[in-house]
Design a protein around this ligand. Structure first.
Ligand code: ATP
Ligand code: MG
Length: 667
């Protein structure tokens, strides 16, 4: 055992949880009380007690959290032991199960995982087909309704002839035809295969005899089913979570999974942790004061030994540009005068779009930063195209990707040919590729189009087998493919500006590089594609290694901690979010706010703006009503000009500020 792991690094309650290896264990505890640390230590302790590392499964929600846990486990164990422990997200666990067992459900094992734009593309196509071009059923709305109903196991509409019901049926049927699954399917099908096939279930139960789940408050009914199925009779399950941090209600998470854990597992050992090791008293006190406003929660009394030296700041900003400017100025200054590394800082916000201004300010001052949970590299058009080729090679039934790449770059297979092929594919219930290969179909085409189709087929065929062979040099081979079709030149021609040309070209090079780096791995090209769909391929590791200020949404910040936190845009309609208010989930927004506050270790600053620039016009904003709910004992209120120490005009912000000060001194 390496000296790094000591049970004595845990407090008595944490240690009790780590030492209870068998049977169900529930750790229900507040933020920063060491839940994740306990789970990690528990893994190390189990191995020290002789549990085979390969039988241990630790599941969590985000790739970032999984990476972090893997790292922490790695730090406590011998390298070969650490490698054998399975630390992953729910979705990647399901992919593992399905790659082995999905054939039991009538799919082929080379299924494709459709995410974001693949799904919208498919739904948009179905809506147009069913209802014509001017139908106003929004495809995003349709997708979210379908997703919700899939998870609940009941159709969107009980009126079978309604458009949405037709779209839903067609969407699900088409996915199956394409030998493709979406993210919801991953869970649904994994649960199904375990439920319907006892031998499969036994196999996985024996594989993972010890299960741990972090952030359990965010599990939904399906994830609970997955855990119970895997746990089997032995019930060696340890779950940890905090009902106050449940922020995925909109995705069907059930707080009852954790609050009523006893309903699912017999006589669990229940452990409470109350000492917070992360934050100072001012931060913790402020956090406690907001979450108190939620009803129906399990009361917790979090305390910290660390008095801290800073009070919590609330700063009124005139507008969003100045907000970004001030935050970046302060980071720059703390880095210069206090020698604080940029990694120590995080800017947290409610919606993805809020990161843009901060990014450009940080770039302007040449401060390194990383965006966590932002738009993915793999969603860029040129990258989707390249992935499209790889996907078609791996799964010939994948029509969506085939149609994406069939004439990109242009190779003389026009819309008429494509239209004919898709129509026929629908009529025959065969994949588009099958139709293209069919001689009968080929004879219907004019000679030029036929030639183009034959060339394309031959091109794919030449690369398919060599690239899919076990431990194939698929990166090197694909570079040849890309070369042969003159992809880069063609792509450059579609760009409007030099900057776009450079950036897309750079993306392609980066992609080819990462593909070559994955060559010769055990899971081959399929493994690479899975990694991309789950966004956890090695590119993520690179991001991990990147240093700098973290820009991160509140949802993605779960489980993380940073010495200095800026919680920005704390305005009514942003946090709480307008849509959440309409849907009556104000409590969940409050929990999100609580998650944000409890990420801070030493210094917390919250900001709100009096106006935001939208399309060049200032739009007035109001500070969040959540700010009024905070206990003012440890709060300092500032106006922007006070901090910037330079006079600015008396404006809107100041009147809000004055209002708030008056309100707080009354309280
Ligand atoms: P969250 O609810 O945000 O997920 P958590 O309960 O999982 O938080 P951890 O991230 O495990 O909390 O721990 C918070 C911080 O406190 C970490 O920096 C951790 O190393 C530290 N910590 C936890 N337990 C102890 C302990 N017994 N002694 C010293 N430090 C501890
Ligand atoms: Mg945690």
């Amino acid at each position: 055992m390496p000296a790094k792991f000591r049970l004595s690094d845990l407090n008595p309650a944490q240690r009790a949880a780590a030492e209870q290896i068998r049977g169900p264990v529930l750790i229900l505890a507040g933020a920063g009380t060491g839940k994740t640390r306990t789970v990690t230590a528990r893994v190390a302790h189990m191995i020290a007690e002789g549990v085979p590392a390969a039988q241990i499964l630790a599941v969590t929600f985000t790739n970032k959290a999984a990476n972090e846990m893997r790292e922490r486990v790695g730090g406590m164990l011998r390298k070969d032991d650490a490698k054998k422990v399975t630390v992953c997200t729910f979705h990647s666990l399901c992919v593992r199960i399905l790659r082995v067992s999905i054939d039991r459900l009538g799919y082929k094992k080379n299924f494709t995982i459709y995410t974001g734009s693949d799904q919208t593309g498919l739904v948009r196509k179905i809506i147009t087909r069913k209802a014509g071009k001017d139908e106003n059923l929004d495809h995003n709305l349709a997708l979210s309704l379908i997703s919700r109903s899939k998870n609940k196991g009941i159709p969107v509409s009980d009126r079978a002839d309604s458009l949405i019901a037709e779209v839903e049926q067609a969407y699900n049927a088409e996915l199956k035809l394409l030998n493709a699954v979406d993210f919801d399917d991953l869970l649904i099908l994994a649960v199904k295969v375990l439920a319907e096939h006892p031998d499969v279930r036994r196999e996985w139960q024996q594989r993972f005899r010890y299960i741990m789940v972090d952030e359990f408050q965010d599990t939904n009914a399906l994830q609970m089913k997955l855990v119970t199925a895997l746990a089997g009779e032995e019930q060696n399950v340890c779950v940890v979570g905090d009902d106050d941090q449940s922020i995925y209600g909109w995705r069907g998470a059930e707080i009852s999974n954790i609050l009523e854990f006893e309903r699912f597992f017999d006589d669990p050992k229940v452990i409470k942790l109350e000492q917070n090791y992360r934050s100072t008293t001012p931060i913790l006190h402020t956090a406690n004061s907001i979450i108190r406003h939620n009803i129906g929660r399990r009361e917790k009394r979090l305390w910290s030994e660390n008095p801290g030296s800073d009070r919590v700041r609330v700063v009124a900003m005139p507008d969003d540009r100045i907000e970004a400017q001030l935050v970046v100025d302060e980071i720059l200054e703390a880095n210069a005068t206090e020698k604080r590394p940029y990694d120590d800082f995080a800017v947290l916000f409610r919606t993805n779009g809020q990161s843009r201004l901060f990014e450009s300010k940080l770039r302007e001052f040449k401060i390194p930063y990383r965006v966590i949970g932002g738009q993915s590299f793999f969603d860029r058009r040129e990258i989707k195209d390249l992935l499209g080729y790889l996907s078609v090679l791996a799964n010939p039934d994948d029509d969506v990707n085939l149609l994406r790449v069939i004439n990109t770059p242009a190779r003389g297979i026009g819309a008429t040919t494509v239209g004919l092929a898709t129509e026929r594919s629908r009529a025959l219930g065969r994949s588009v590729l099958w139709v293209l290969e069919d001689e009968g179909f080929q004879k219907m085409l004019p000679p030029k189009a036929r030639g183009a189709v034959l060339d394309f087929l031959a091109f794919l065929e030449r690369f398919r087998e060599p690239m899919l062979a076990p431990s194939a040099p698929f990166g090197t081979l694909f570079a040849k493919m890309v070369d042969e079709m003159d992809f880069i030149e063609a792509m450059r021609r579609t760009c409007k500006t030099d900057a776009e040309r450079d950036s897309r070209h750079r993306n392609v090079s980066e992609f080819m590089e990462s593909l070559r780096d994955s060559e010769g791995r055990r899971k081959g090209l399929q493994g690479f594609l899975d990694g991309v769909a789950l966004q956890q391929d090695r590119d993520d590791d690179d991001i991990e290694k990147q240093q700098g200020v973290s820009l991160i949404t509140l949802h993605a910040a779960k489980g993380l901690e940073f010495p200095f936190v800026y919680l920005v845009g704390v305005e009514e309609g942003v946090l709480p979010h307008k849509r959440a208010l309409e849907e009556g989930s104000r409590d969940e927004e409050r929990r999100l706010f609580y998650v944000g506050i409890t990420r801070a270790m030493q210094r917390l600053t919250m900001t709100f703006c009096s106006s935001r620039i939208r399309y060049g016009e200032p739009v007035p904003c109001q500070r969040s009503s959540f700010l009024d709910e905070l206990d003012p004992t440890y709060l300092d209120l500032h106006s922007y000009d006070e901090l910037a120490a330079e006079p600015v005009e008396e404006d809107h912000a100041l009147s809000y500020f004055a209002q708030m000060k008056a309100m707080l001194s009354e309280g």
